[in-house]
Design a protein around this ligand. Structure first.
Ligand SMILES: Nc1ncnc2c1ncn2[C@@H]1O[C@H](COP(=O)(O)OP(=O)(O)OP(=O)(O)O)[C@@H](O)[C@H]1O
Length: 348
């Protein structure tokens, strides 16, 4: 396995604004890393700086512990796959894939042999003589991937690789990307604004906001314990609440034998929507009065939107068996419960 990446105080300034602001992160070799965040947070700029397509304003980029900050893209050992695939329309699939070897001076026989093998790897051997406009979106993506892989990079950089595909194909291609990455043992860095995509693929996810890193970790660790209100809101499925008003100190816990508050006043915390119930599971559960303002059927569960007495909104995902339409519908009052252990206080 090859291809560890380290960003050290890496910064990009455009028009006096730091769109990537002194970020520090390590990506292990052979891992699938997703750079995740909303539009404009600096994901693509970060990827382009790693690729060498964008100059770094300050800080460094290390690849396999070698400082590559001032090297050209070709000198780095990275390969980039662009959002629109950027295939040459006048070239066959075989020529598109072989092109990267042509510019490095590999003989015609050798480059066609390697391009053939690469087309086989992405299951496109039978389409070798077709042109890009004769291919489906998923097939074009496979050719773009083969073209990125032909120069045997240590790190493959993918900028929103699935965004041009329809939802069905997106799920199919994301499986193929992961399988290929595992088979080749390469490091993949994949930019996406989709939490679902990042969570499905990543060994390591890097969540960015406004040019800074908010959290780095496995999808599971991030989902179980978001570091900041931004992360909790962005990844979804969490309620971000404040210990104030009807939640003040969370001291009204039914079974609590102490008057000590669970949280200081005005502390922000999150609780997962699927960790909230309408029946207590223990006498240590937190209980809070709420009014239902809407419900939605979501196939695997019901989404129930509530408002607390102090106007904070709470969303819960209730399994079908605990959803009673007579008790849980707009305008009804009820108690919501969650375990004290499910309260996530933010670290930043
Ligand atoms: N060449 C440029 N000149 C000036 N500003 C730029 C340039 N490229 C990007 N920006 C700005 O830098 C910020 C980060 O852009 P970037 O493309 O990295 O975001 P992103 O997270 O990848 O967003 P998206 O998901 O929409 O592609 C944005 O505010 C963008 O307008």
């Amino acid at each position: 396995m090859s291809g560890s990446i380290e960003l050290v105080q890496t910064t990009k300034v455009y028009d006096q604004i730091s769109v990537v602001d002194a970020i520090n992160v390590k990506v292990d070799k052979g891992s699938y890393c997703c750079l995740l965040g909303p539009s404009g947070c600096g994901k693509s700029t970060t990827l382009r700086m790693i690729a060498g397509h964008e100059a770094v304003t300050e800080g460094d980029i290390l690849l396999n512990d070698r400082n590559v900050t001032r090297l050209t893209p070709r000198q780095r050992g990275t390969a980039m796959m662009f959002q629109d695939y950027a295939l040459f329309p006048h070239m066959s699939c075989l020529d598109n894939v072989a092109y990267g070897l042509k510019v490095t001076g590999v003989s015609k026989v050798d480059r066609y042999e390697q391009a053939d093998a690469m087309l086989g790897l992405v299951n496109m051997a039978e389409h070798a003589n077709k042109f890009p406009d004769q291919l489906s979106g998923g097939q074009q993506q496979r050719i773009a991937l083969a073209r990125a892989l032909i120069c045997k990079p240590d790190v493959v950089l993918l900028d929103e690789p699935l965004s041009a595909l329809d939802p069905f194909l997106r799920i199919q291609m994301r499986k193929e990307l992961k399988q290929l990455q595992q088979k080749l043992g390469l490091t993949f860095i994949h930019v996406t604004h989709s939490q679902e995509e990042a969570f499905a693929l990543a060994d390591q996810a890097i969540v960015m906001s406004r040019g800074k890193i908010e959290q780095v970790g496995s999808p599971r660790a991030i989902f179980e314990s978001p570091n900041t209100p931004f992360v909790a809101n962005f990844i979804g499925g969490h309620n971000v609440l404040k210990a104030s008003g009807s939640l003040e100190f969370l001291s009204w816990s039914a079974g609590s034998d102490s008057d000590d508050p669970l949280l200081e006043a005005n502390t922000s915390f999150s609780v997962r929507a699927d960790h909230i119930t309408t029946q207590p599971r223990s006498d240590k559960d937190v209980a809070v009065k709420a009014e239902v303002i809407g419900t939605e059927f979501q196939a695997q569960f019901y989404l129930v939107e509530c408002v607390l007495e102090d106007s904070q909104s709470v969303t819960c995902y209730l399994p079908e068996e605990s959803f009673d339409v007579h008790l849980i519908s707009s305008g009804k009052s009820l108690y919501l419960y969650w375990s004290q252990e499910r309260i996530n206080t933010f670290r930043c």
